[in-house]
Ligand binder design. Structure first.
Ligand SMILES: NC(=O)CC[C@H](N)C(=O)O
Length: 205
């Protein structure tokens, strides 16, 4: 399926605002005409149509998820079928397996992620990606101390790869994980795509 950037009606979209670049996601969503909520308490998840878990420092966000009682509510949100998207650190938190993370994350996507996979020499870079389901040509992806998706197990599937074949985006029903940061570009296509990926409750298991 392909979507155009303006194909969805205004939604109420939460951005987990414990740490990281939640503001950039909120501003992009607002620029698209959606209502964006910075989520700091589990009760705020209730009225949302969709949720973004932003980039930042995954160890810090994982610690704050646990200390703020977010772990079960976030798992329930993923199971509810509402679109849920982790960018960079957010993708690390959605993964069932991570090479090293000293505490549990949300662990709902059947992917294995390796943190800081590009090493010190390549702290950040950009690459044009073909993303399955996205029309309008390549997507300029910004990678910052990015993880890679080392393994994708069904029902998850890879939807974007670097030129060398490395998986950098995956989808599992209503769940989306990207190694890169679309909120740091002016391209709203992936945010628009994300809002279309709702699934029946439990579909993402
Ligand atoms: N931009 C990012 O979100 C970087 C992720 C960070 N390197 C981590 O492992 O948590």
């Amino acid at each position: 399926m392909t979507v155009s950037p303006r194909s969805s009606a205004p939604r109420t979209v939460g951005v987990l605002a414990l740490q990281g670049d939640f503001r950039e996601h909120r501003e992009m969503l607002e620029g698209m005409g959606h209502r964006a909520i910075e989520v700091r308490k589990p009760a705020q998840l209730e009225g949302l149509d969709a949720l973004i878990i932003p980039g930042g420092e995954s160890t810090t966000i994982a610690r704050l998820i646990l200390s703020n009682g977010f772990q079960e509510p976030l798992r329930a949100f993923c199971a509810s079928g509402r679109p849920t998207w982790g960018t960079c650190a957010g993708a690390i938190l959605l993964a069932k397996e991570v090479d090293r993370l000293d505490r549990p994350g949300i662990e709902t996507m059947h992917i294995r992620v390796r943190r800081n996979a590009f090493g010190r020499q390549v702290d950040s870079f950009e690459e044009d990606l073909a993303i399955e389901g996205l029309e309008g040509g390549p997507f300029r992806a910004v990678f910052i101390r990015a993880p890679v998706i080392e393994r994708v197990d069904p029902p998850a599937r890879a939807i974007a790869r670097l030129a060398d074949g490395t998986v950098v985006a995956a989808r599992q029903g209503n769940l989306l994980a990207t190694s890169f940061h679309p909120e740091l570009t002016h391209d709203t296509r992936l945010h628009a795509y994300f809002l279309t990926i709702g699934a029946p409750p439990g579909a993402a298991k």
